[in-house]
Design a binder for this molecule. Structure first.
Ligand code: FAD
Length: 441
């Protein structure tokens, strides 16, 4: 920590994966005054599984909260890609090499473990104060950013900070404010897709040996069909089987663009996947009708910038992605790691230095995050092919993966993409970029 930097005050808008990771990373890097403002009354919807890739695990390990998260997660040893209709294995990739190659395993876990692990670690840091029920709006940008906090109950009040990090998610209200200055807005790209997120308990699966086998395996499985697929894996000490689907978003066709979730119907879900193999259908039949939520999947075209003055966007606010590469939260956590590096290396608290440091953050993170967004979208096209020559060619590539790691139509399984995602220590890159930008040898 640089002593001349003084008591830097960082405000974080949003306590999702990005906001929690930012708070913890900044505290661990010596920032002494961090306020986190969250509109909701608590940490929000965390009822689903999440893939914990090594680029995420490496950062959380440094922040001291990985052990508690990993404890009940499952280490992925194999990823299997299967024909939706008959459960035939099209391709298979060994993931057990990841731990040795990249220093942290590829795991799958419960979202509440990830969010809770970071939140509990934050609560140990006296630098961090949480303000729930607190909706924020930027009021002015210079010389120091000022924002209005509107509590759910009580009178709105204004706050100044040296740095504001807007980790306010895909529906970010800070993003349009930043882009307005440039006379533009985020161009929403409608994927035409939505997702169901389902969790089955061991008790629900107990009487079906084939299902129990899925629950016991250290395996991620993707069943792929035309325009739809299902990905599934065991979490929570293998007591829960997490299932996430992707299908055409017919229920959102007339919904306004601000709608991201809707109550799902079990009948519609079963209709959607009625040509999937009996094993998948049996699992879907176990879903209680009232528990089903459907998520709309949207992304944006790349934003012209993530930074305005001393305010920066973080996570889904600036790089929402389709889930097919399992990197959305991992990328938000990379943002946090990089922001902690650059803000802790600041030579002083001047707005020029802060803006330059945030520009380093943007340079290190933007292109990488946007590359992964493109790869997730490309995967989706390949996964959802219908019968024909392109599908035959795709399936030959999947078959080749059973023999040797290499290029894959599903970028999640592609050896070079894995190396690019897992093999880069983004905090180290940030450190070097910062030294260059600030002319430090
Ligand atoms: C189906 C699906 C599967 C996925 N699977 C994976 C996976 O396997 N691995 C992975 O890494 N990622 C995955 N993701 C992506 C991941 O969930 C997101 O990228 C990640 O949660 C984004 O975190 P965030 O903090 O940027 O945003 P959010 O989690 O949306 O958090 C934003 C927070 O800001 C608060 N907020 C908003 N506006 C304001 C305001 N004005 N004032 C105060 N608070 C505000 C909100 O209440 C919210 O709590 C998946 C996503 C989907 C949809």
């Amino acid at each position: 920590m640089n002593e001349d930097r003084g008591d830097l005050h960082v405000a974080i808008i949003g306590a999702g994966m990005g906001g929690l990771a930012c708070a913890l990373a900044l505290a661990k890097h010596g920032i002494e005054r961090i306020d986190v403002y969250e509109a909701a009354s608590n940490l929000g919807f965390v009822g689903a599984g999440i893939q914990l890739a090594p680029n995420m695990g490496r950062i959380l390990e440094r922040l001291g909260c990985w052990e508690s998260i990993a404890k009940e997660a499952t280490e992925v040893k194999v990823a299997s890609i299967r024909q939706h209709s008959d459960n035939r294995e099209l391709g298979r990739v060994d993931f057990s090499y990841v731990r040795n190659e990249y220093g942290t395993p590829h795991m799958v876990g419960h979202r509440s473990s990830l969010a809770g692990g970071m939140y509990n670690a934050c609560k140990e840091e006296k630098a961090i104060t949480f303000h729930f029920n607190s909706f924020c709006d930027i009021k002015s940008w210079t010389p120091r950013p000022e924002f209005t906090v509107t509590p759910r109950e009580g009178t709105p009040y204004d706050v100044f900070a040296d740095v504001v990090l807007a980790a306010d998610g895909i529906k970010s209200s800070v993003r349009p404010q930043i882009l307005k200055e440039l006379g533009t807005d985020a161009e929403v790209i409608d994927s035409g897709q939505s997702a169901y997120r389902i969790m089955l308990t061991r008790e629900q699966m107990a009487s079906d040996p084939e299902m129990l086998e899925l629950l016991e395996a250290d395996q991620v499985i993707r069943w792929i069909g035309e325009r739809r697929h299902i990905i599934a894996y065991p979490i929570s000490n293998k007591n829960i089987y997490n299932i996430s689907s992707t299908q055409p978003d017919i229920h959102f066709a007339s919904a306004p663009s601000a709608t991201y979730t809707t109550r799902g119907s079990k009948t519609d879900m079963l209709d959607n996947f009625n040509d999937f193999c009996p094993l998948v259908q049996r699992m879907l039949h176990l879903v209680p009708d009232q528990d089903l939520c459907e998520w709309k999947l949207r992304v944006h075209s790349p934003l012209p910038t993530w930074v305005r003055g001393s305010v920066a966007l973080v996570g889904d606010a600036c790089h929402p992605t389709l889930p097919h590469l399992a990197q959305g939260a991992a990328q938000a956590i990379e943002d946090a790691g990089v922001l902690a590096v650059v803000l802790s290396m600041l030579p002083d608290r001047s707005s020029d230095s802060i803006n330059e440091a945030l520009r380093v953050y943007e340079r290190v993170r933007k292109e990488r995050a946007e590359t992964l967004i493109d790869l997730a979208a490309a995967s989706c096209k390949a996964l959802h092919l219908g019968e024909g020559a392109a599908k035959e060619e795709r399936d030959k590539q999947f078959a080749a993966l059973k023999i040797k790691a290499g290029p894959s139509p599903d970028k999640y399984l592609d050896a070079e993409v894995q190396k690019m995602i897992m093999g880069i220590d983004i905090m180290e890159v940030a450190r070097n970029e910062f030294l260059k930008a600030f002319g430090i040898d």
